[in-house]
Design a protein around this ligand. Structure first.
Ligand code: 4AD
Ligand code: MG
Length: 462
């Protein structure tokens, strides 16, 4: 098989003949030589292909066509590079342009483009250094997630994307229907869901948790990793309408065990990023977020901080003048509060626990104070919440009471309640937003730039 540029850089510069295929990043021509920087996506760095006078003469018509963005095939020999910062280059003897990229119309010329502009050409942005790096880190992190859980005996469970239950009880769900909405609207008839595809209202899932809990209460240690959907009208740099979530769930784990799992999980992912994505992280450190690598390294070196919600609110109240939204006990903390707590108080990742039950989901285990639940959010500098989870209410009566109190339909959760009717156990789990993880390890500022094709309110292009 043809070697990738990444593989070529592991070879000795011994003059062997070599062929490379990829896309031209830049072309530079002097009287005596021409230089093509070629990239094939296998790594951040390009390979420099140098054409001496004889090679220029041999490749002339093709060299003229090999502009930025063109796909090319280059043959030559692998030699040491005199240029600083690269150990090898190709002394080219042959060039063929596979597909041109006319410079008048190719949008990605050799200059800095804004993230906003690149979002408009999301089909071409993977050809930039930044988005190539994001894609490689995303790939490595997805694999590391499976490695982490598989090494610990977790079973990967596939939960449904179409569901009739609202896991978070927040109601921000996309409806799935095959009803002819235009016709119904014109006819003035009431909607009859018995005639809909599933015979009842159905939605895209906001979380695989309720389903994965069923397998947890049989297989012990399980996790999901899949797409989830939220129809909240949140136009922020931290929210997507379609995002990927990792949700482990462990039988017999309490909240303390849950936090230990979350901490070792996040640390392992950070460590893998530092070790296996060094070239890409060095780029992010230099161009996107100064000090990124040192701060990630710091994360590995000390235990995460812990605070209860009640303690956190007391701290926030003392600093009330710093916030747009004044903190008080019962407030669903905003990212300004979360950032303050981990940046100014904890100086790193911070677990907040024991939130008021009113601002958390129905399934969380109730504390004996009658006011708070065994919830945990992991907050990190720069954007706040990265993980949300809890110990689950394993007591049938208490869970039923909570479902009724919140006005949820008990029938819809009868299968979920069966887990408490038959062989109930304490159990705990959490959800890590995959794109929030990527913001964390890459230093990228906007969540729309760490997923290939972002979906957000009024945004479903490509
Ligand atoms: O805190 P959330 O809503 O928790 C759950 O869905 C639970 N069922 C998880 C569980 O216990 N199994 O979401 C979990 C995480 C958040 O901490 C955040 O990282 C991410 O998912 N997240 C989002 N990421 C991008 N866009 C959004 N709109 C997100 N909403 C949540
Ligand atoms: Mg949450």
């Amino acid at each position: 098989m043809r070697l990738t540029i990444k593989e070529i850089f592991e070879l000795p510069a011994d003059g062997r003949s070599i062929a490379v295929k990829g896309w031209v990043r830049t072309k530079r021509e002097t009287k005596a030589a021409a230089f093509l920087e070629v990239n094939d996506g296998s790594r951040m760095g390009n390979i420099q292909c140098v054409f001496d006078e004889a090679a220029i003469a041999a490749c002339l018509p093709e060299l003229a066509r090999a502009s930025t963005g063109a796909s090319v095939s280059v043959e030559g020999s692998l030699v040491p590079s005199p240029a600083s910062g690269q150990k090898l280059e190709i002394k080219a003897t042959a060039l063929s342009v596979i597909g041109e990229a006319p410079s008048e119309s190719y949008p990605l010329q050799k200059k800095a483009h804004s993230m906003e502009f690149l979002r408009e050409i999301a089909h071409l942005r993977p050809r930039t250094n930044t988005f190539g790096a994001v894609a490689r880190v995303r790939n490595r992190m997805a694999f590391a997630i499976h490695e982490f859980f598989q090494e610990r005996g977790f079973q990967y469970v596939h939960t449904p994307l179409i569901t009739a239950s609202d896991c978070e009880g927040a109601g921000a769900m996309f409806q799935v229907t095959t009803l002819d909405l235009d016709r119904i609207a014109k006819s003035g008839e009431a909607v009859d869901y018995a005639k809909d595809f599933f015979g009842k209202p159905a939605y895209l899932t906001v979380s695989g948790q309720l389903n994965v809990e069923t397998y947890c209460e049989a297989l012990g240690r399980v996790y999901t990793f899949g797409p989830t959907f939220r129809a909240e009208n949140s136009n922020t740099t931290r929210h997507l309408s379609e995002f990927w979530m990792i949700e482990p769930e462990v039988a017999f784990n309490d909240l303390g065990d849950n936090m230990e799992l979350a901490e070792s999980f996040l640390k392992r992912l950070v460590k893998t990023a530092i070790e296996d994505c060094a070239e890409d992280l060095a780029f992010f450190d230099q161009r996107i977020e100064k000090g990124l690598v040192a701060s990630l390294q710091g994360v590995l070196e000390r235990p995460f901080s812990h605070m209860t919600y009640t303690e956190a609110v007391a701290v926030l109240e003392k600093n009330a003048d710093q916030f747009e939204l004044k903190p008080y006990w019962g407030l669903d903390l905003q990212s300004e509060h979360e950032k303050f707590l981990c940046e100014k108080i904890a100086g790193g990742p911070l677990f907040l626990t024991d939130y008021p039950k009113e601002i958390k989901s129905f399934y969380m285990k109730q504390n004996s104070d009658g006011k708070t639940v065994r919830a945990m959010d992991l907050l990190v500098p720069r954007f706040g919440e990265i993980i949300g989870g809890s110990e689950r209410e394993e007591n049938l009566g208490l869970l039923q009471d909570r479902i009724r109190e919140l006005g949820l339909k008990e029938e819809a959760y009868s299968w979920y309640l069966d887990l408490r009717r038959f062989g109930t156990t304490p159990h705990s789990g959490f959800g890590l937003g995959f794109e929030r993880l990527l913001l964390y390890v890459t230093g990228m500022a906007n969540i729309r730039d760490v997923i290939p094709f972002p979906r957000a309110p009024k945004l479903a292009d490509f």
